[in-house]
Design a protein around this ligand. Sequence first.
Ligand code: KIV
Ligand code: ZN
Length: 517
Amino acid sequence: MSKEKLIIFDTTLRDGEQSPGASMTAEEKLRIAKALEKMKVDIIEAGFPISSEGDFLGVQGIARAVKDSVVCGLARAGELDIKRAGEALKDANASRIHTFIATSPLHMREKLQMSPEQVLEQAIKAVKLARNFTDDVEFSPEDAGRSDLDFLCRVIEAAIKAGATTINIPDTVGYNLPQQYGETIRQLIERVPNSDKAIFSTHCHNDLGMAVANSLAGVMNGARQVECSINGLGERAGNAALEEIVMAVRTRQDMVPVNVDLDTTQIMTCSRLVAGITGFAVQPNKAIVGANAFAHESGIHQDGVLKSRETYEIMRAEDVGLSSNKIVLGKLSGRSAFKDRLETLNISIDSEEELNKAFRRFKDLADKKSKIFDEDIHALVSDFKMEESFAEAIKLISVKACSETGEIPQASITLLIDEEEQSASSDGGGLVDATFKAIEKIVSSDADLQLYAVSNVTKGTDSLGEVAVRLEKAGRIVNGQGSDTDIVLASAKAYINALNRLLNPGERIHPQTYSGI
Ligand code: KIV
Ligand code: ZN
């Protein structure tokens, strides 16, 4: 007998984007959405349309472009939010509105300042209104992990009666333990009289490192949808990692009562794409997608694996798309081969002029690096699109950096600011430090550098180096990225990219900050 399907609901573009500094442009979100669609994710939560004009357009663009996955928009349980989500999703092939309101005593009292009865009424109204836009409505009692079970049962019953087709149970602050979370799902399904009219879903945060374990405990107790994100990206410590859930379900079919329809060979591509776009590098020992996840260091392990792979491997690297990294292009590749590759990678180029610019970048890269991989093209396009996505107040003209044994490293930089070239030099602890100090001599941003990370996009010393920089100023956090085969240049690009983002306010509402709905 075939097993029931576990619905995979990806929230990289919504909860993932709530990670400080992880905000993405509409074009970047579209690229990730296309990669998720290719992986056959069932539902893509594309954003929170009321949060900003940019997010509205991002969700609308995804709703228009994605055909095979359901596209979902988040809305607080209020009229404006729901109407905005409905509007953003109206051209989708299949759409879902996900509406939520907090149900824990703490959130109702302190955040919402509403009585339980008022919350119940608001939930009913929200679900009913959402049903005017789509038949597919998801309701979440936020902070369900700390809510009273009797009250949860009442709210959920009422939400289903009002038309909710999916009931999502968020452990918003990652407080639950697996046994407890599984038990909550089991009890809710048992006690809510109309629970058979909806699909129950998990949404687990990773504050205690339990997100995946809790999600699976939910599945073992009747949940048939899991909300998760690529690389576990999400608010604070993140959300349940999609790749871990999916591979656990696939690998432990002997234990799990469900199966998934995903094309798991797309996992590595999605992981690298999300890491590259957000600048949130994947730790080497991260399950499934970390650089060491399939590497065997010790001689004993290597010997065992060579004799029989199952001795130390429970999954095949090919199944997550690890060995499919083929050389795609090189110095001799022409414009049409490049264009063809962009299409295969679902990268949309808006005009011939844009294609010409991107192709020139590709040729520059091919002069420095003989083998161009898919990851290089994604990094190149990310850099290029980012520069095009908003008017950059600061542009890099040139950087010169010198280091010599026994001498203090020196860097000189020339920037274009308001059509005027400005130059400065500085020394520093190293070339990158000197470069950043030289930039600051010109810009005086007063921002605090919270993170500087370099990773190589592919193997080899001629690889593109991808640099992530995180800056904080007055409580606002932005990430900048830059890539180049020269690390100092990549660092300068990343720093300037972050500065440009700081100067480009693009304020958004945070969904979980109540502001009167
Ligand atoms: O963690 C949470 O409670 C959420 C809700 C908006 C579903 O992300
Ligand atoms: Zn969440």
